[in-house]
Design a protein around this ligand. Sequence first.
Ligand code: HEC
Length: 163
Amino acid sequence: MNNWLQLTLFVAALALSGTAIADKDKDWQKRGSTADKVEQIIKTLPSTAHVMIEVGERYQNLYWAGKLGQWEFAEYQAEEIVKLIELLQISAPKRAATSQVFLEHAMVEFDDAFEKKDWNTFLHAFRTMRAQCMVCHNDNDHGFIVPPEHPVTADSVILNLPR
Ligand code: HEC
C-alpha cells in the first residue's frame, strides 16, 4: 500500500470514529442533564391525536357492547374512556380545562344504564356523552371532527363484528 492510500484510510477511519463519538454524545438518555432528559421525555408524552385514536376506538366498542347487551364489557369501555381523558389532562395541559368539562358532564347517565341493562337508557347516556365529545372538539377548534351517532362497526376482537 502506498503512503498516500494509507494516509487516506487513516483519515477516513478517524472521521468514522469521530462520528460515532459525536452520536454517543448526542444520546440524551445516557449523557443528557436531568433537565435535558425531562425536556425530551415530555416531548414523547402522548399527544391529543394519539389519545383520540384510542378514544374513538373505545367509543365504537362502547356503542356495540351496549347494542349486543355485553354490559360489563360496555362498562369497561366507558371506564377506559374516562381514564384516557384523565391521561390527556396530564399529557396535554392545554386541554386540561376542557377535559374537566367532559369528565364532569359526559358520563353521568351510564351508571343507571349499566344497572338497568337497558338499551334505550344506554342510548340516551351514549348521546349525552357524544354531545360532550363534540363540545370539546368545538372548544378546541376541531368542530369538524364529529363522532358518528351510530358507529357501523367496532374494532374489538371481543365483539367479533365484521369490519
Ligand atoms: C379534551 C377535549 C376532547 C374530548 C373530551 C374529546 N376529544 Fe376527540 N379530539 C380532541 C382534539 C383537540 C382533537 C384533534 C387532535 C389534535 O388536536 O391533535 C380530537 C380528535 C379526535 C378524533 C380524530 C383522531 C384522528 O386523528 O383521526 C377522534 C376520532 C375523536 N377525537 C373522538 C372523540 C370521541 C369519540 C370523544 C368522546 C368520547 C372525544 N373525541 C372527546 C379533543 C377532545
